[in-house]
Design a protein around this ligand. Structure first.
Ligand SMILES: Cc1ncc(COP(=O)(O)O)c(C=O)c1O
Length: 244
């Protein structure tokens, strides 16, 4: 599984090489990464299968649901079948496997398609927000913005940052809330979620470290310049106090 978290493409060459070495098909979780690219190609199209989310908080939304991508027509046909309760064509409701109700209604699909007309504007806005944070907060040692890996261009769905010494991520989160600004810790790693935490974990604690230090800053496509300026000035003030 290759995950392009927060819209930022992961190192696909390395993941695909590992997949090839061990003969494991690569599935791309591009839930956040609509229109992000890796070496000139859209992420979600590089593995055996890819998914993109159209959940309510995404750049384009159908309120829930998403998109499955593959050049393997048989896999797509199978997924479509399972997503429609595995009903076969007979009129008396025969389900030839255990299926799921994952079909997107035509109304929601229409709402989603209509938004593709404004996708470029929304991408430009998200990227401009990230660049503003990066430029305005440059030189403040407590906050670090992670650059794209080589050859990657993120859609900057969410502007994320790592918070270092002097201030903790939770300090910043709490202080922003006092300024009436909603932020959010980066996602809690899967191996630390209650249903999985009793299982063995293989890794170097990178995900746990990112979770401890990472924060998602306000990034909505409809943020006004004044709102962005306000968020930037609050972050500057909070970090200058060096809370511990
Ligand atoms: C990496 C990643 N995968 C999957 C999901 C879940 O997507 P959905 O809400 O469409 O189920 C999210 C949600 O933002 C996500 O960030």
């Amino acid at each position: 599984m290759a995950v392009h978290l927060f819209g930022t493409p992961c190192k696909m060459d390395e993941v695909l090489a590992l997949g090839k070495l061990y003969d494991i098909p690569v599935i791309e979780d591009a839930a956040d990464a609509l229109a992000s690219t890796y070496k000139g190609k859209k992420v979600g199209t590089l593995g055996k299968l890819g998914i993109i989310s159209f959940n309510g908080n995404k750049i384009i939304t159908t309120s829930a649901g998403g998109l499955l991508i593959s050049d393997d027509v048989d896999l797509i046909a199978k997924a479509k079948h399972l997503s429609n309760q595995a009903r076969n064509l007979r009129p008396h409701y025969v389900h030839d496997a255990v299926g799921y109700n994952y079909m997107m209604s035509n109304i929601l699909a229409g709402i989603g398609l209509g938004q593709f007309d404004v996708l470029d504007d929304r991408l430009a806005k998200r990227r401009a927000i990230f660049n503003t944070y990066k430029t305005e907060l440059a030189g403040i040692e407590e906050i670090e913005f992670v650059e794209d890996v080589q050859g990657a261009v993120s859609n900057r769905w969410l502007s994320t940052a790592l918070i270092h010494s002097g201030v903790t991520r939770d300090n910043l989160y709490d202080e922003l809330a006092k300024c009436n600004i909603e932020s959010r810790p980066v996602w809690n790693p899967m191996h630390m979620q209650p249903p999985y935490e009793m299982f063995p974990y293989y890794g170097n604690d990178m995900a746990a470290t990112l979770f401890e230090k990472g924060i998602c800053l306000p990034s909505g496509s409809n943020m006004s310049d004044a709102q962005l300026e306000y968020v930037v000035s609050c972050i500057k003030q909070i970090l200058s106090k060096k809370l511990v």
